[in-house]
Write a protein that binds this ligand. Structure first.
Ligand SMILES: Cc1cc2nc3c(=O)[nH]c(=O)nc-3n(C[C@H](O)[C@H](O)[C@H](O)COP(=O)(O)OP(=O)(O)OC[C@H]3O[C@@H](n4cnc5c(N)ncnc54)[C@H](O)[C@@H]3O)c2cc1C
Length: 424
């Protein structure tokens, strides 16, 4: 099938949370949708091999700071933890975007709740006890987890993933082309009319292709979309720098602890100053490559006794997105001060849990990257750019004021854009 020879009403670039949701909404309404996805479509598995196949590390600065995304059908939800924060409705309202109805619809459709106690891993409970003993308001977070699918405890498949919406869209007639790396958006007389992409059929070669449609939605994710928009001549992207929510993952060993796989990130607490501590008890499949990569061999051998805590801080906008797509950020003194404060608090919690052999990975792990695009500047309240018929909907347009986990907000934003695209 060559999409160049077919007619589409819309092309969606990227099949992550936003791309999949929009493709589903529009195909369900009878629109002919083409989804172009850079990654593959292999069944997702939370195994070392499965993770290595889809994980893409992106460097954010000269040092070790980096972040990770998943390149696959369904995007980063293939690897995410399923922790959700409510969308900041007032922040969006101030930008002319009312997400209240979409939020109510998402809540009605998806299982969103804190985990029942029975699904908390022994490590998560032990960490919570230690944090509370020090006076932290350690609480359970909402999760996008279907607890009815966890009869035998933790289950990767119980987490909602955008891949389900990709499959729904395809059932309703949408076309998915995987290993299709969109390189350029075609613009004619100020309007987006199609895309140029390379389809990789073998590990050694790719074929250039073109597809056309009267509407294009750029949903390639927070790291890819800003750069692609620059290629469309949209100015001022990244002029204020970017943020990346850097943090630490810190681990210790508690003798006699009988840890199991569990839902990482399910609990946590906030310190003042935009510093957050959280449960970092990753599953065995992730623990192994992490400890091996950090050469923490004692921890590598002792998964059941490993206990983990994460630190995440709100950093200031700084750094650059270079013309060649490289990110470049140095954390400032305020950011480093917060990281240090968070780390000291986290180590205190681990010590209170009885942990010994406490190790960390340095400031290597950043979270969500944002601040490069602005609603009201690079896209309007319809999420449309100055290039007509080119919309952007993904993590790149989340306002600076929101630093929590983005999935619920992105689901709402995607439904919001679908409604606009379907409006007569
Ligand atoms: C380890 C990890 C844990 C996380 N935990 C949580 C959590 O607990 N809660 C939460 O809310 N969020 C979490 N997130 C973040 C969340 O998964 C993402 O923010 C969200 O999925 C972003 O959705 P998106 O639509 O913006 O983009 P993505 O899901 O990143 O999708 C973008 C898609 O576009 C594709 N693409 C990129 N470039 C191109 C191109 N040139 N051509 C074609 N396709 C392209 C990619 O392959 C990808 O499939 C986590 C992320 C990671 C990596």
């Amino acid at each position: 099938m060559n999409p160049a020879t077919r007619e589409f009403d819309m092309i969606v670039i990227g099949s992550g949370t936003c791309g999949a949701t929009i493709a589903r909404d529009l195909s369900c309404a009878g629109k002919r949708v083409l989804m172009l996805e850079r990654g593959g479509n292999a069944p997702l598995k939370e195994t070392l091999g499965g993770i290595v196949r889809i994980a893409d590390q992106v460097k954010l600065g000269a040092g070790t700071l980096g972040t990770v995304r998943a390149l696959t059908a369904g995007g980063s939800t293939a690897m995410y933890f399923g922790v959700v924060n409510d969308p900041p409705l007032d922040v969006f309202r101030a930008l002319g975007i009312d997400l209240a109805g979409d939020f109510a619809a998402v809540r009605a459709e998806l299982p969103i709740a804190p985990l029942p106690d029975a699904l908390l891993s022994p490590q998560a409970r032990h960490l919570a006890d230690a944090a509370r003993s020090l006076g932290h308001a350690w609480r359970k977070y909402d999760m996008l987890v279907d607890a009815s699918r966890c009869a035998s405890g933790y289950a990767y498949d119980a987490k909602w993933k955008a891949r389900r919406y990709v499959e729904d869209a395809m059932r309703d007639g949408a076309t998915l082309v995987v290993r299709a790396n969109v390189e350029r958006i075609l613009i004619e007389r100020g309007k987006a009319v199609g895309v140029v992409y390379r389809e990789r059929r073998t590990p050694f070669g790719s074929t250039p292709r073109e597809a056309r449609a009267p509407k294009i939605v750029l949903a390639a994710g927070e790291l890819a979309s800003p750069q692609m928009l620059r290629g469309c001549g949209i100015e001022g992207i990244g002029a204020r720098g970017f943020y990346c929510n850097p943090g630490y993952a810190i681990y210790g060993l508690v003798r006699g602890l009988r840890g199991t796989d569990g839902f990482v990130g399910c609990m946590g607490g906030e310190l003042e100053d935009g510093i957050e501590l959280g449960d970092a008890n990753v599953v065995h499949a992730i623990h192994r490559p992490m400890m091996l990569g950090g050469m923490h061999l004692r921890h590598l051998r002792s998964f059941p006794e490993t206990i983990g805590i994460g630190v995440k801080v709100e950093d200031t906008l700084s750094g650059r997105l270079h013309p060649d797509g490289r990110f470049d950020k140095q954390l400032g003194p305020d950011d480093l001060h917060k990281l240090d404060k968070g780390k000291r608090a986290a180590v205190e919690v681990l010590k209170a849990s009885g942990a010994r052999h406490i190790v960390d990975f340095g400031v290597t792990a950043a979270g969500r990257v944002g601040g490069l695009l602005q609603i009201g500047e690079h896209v309007d309240a319809n999420l449309e750019t100055s290039v007509r018929n080119l919309h952007v909907c993904d993590g790149s347009v989340i306002p600076d004021a929101m630093r929590g986990t983005p999935t619920l907000t992105l689901l709402c934003l995607a439904h919001y854009l679908s409604r606009r695209l379907l409006a007569p």
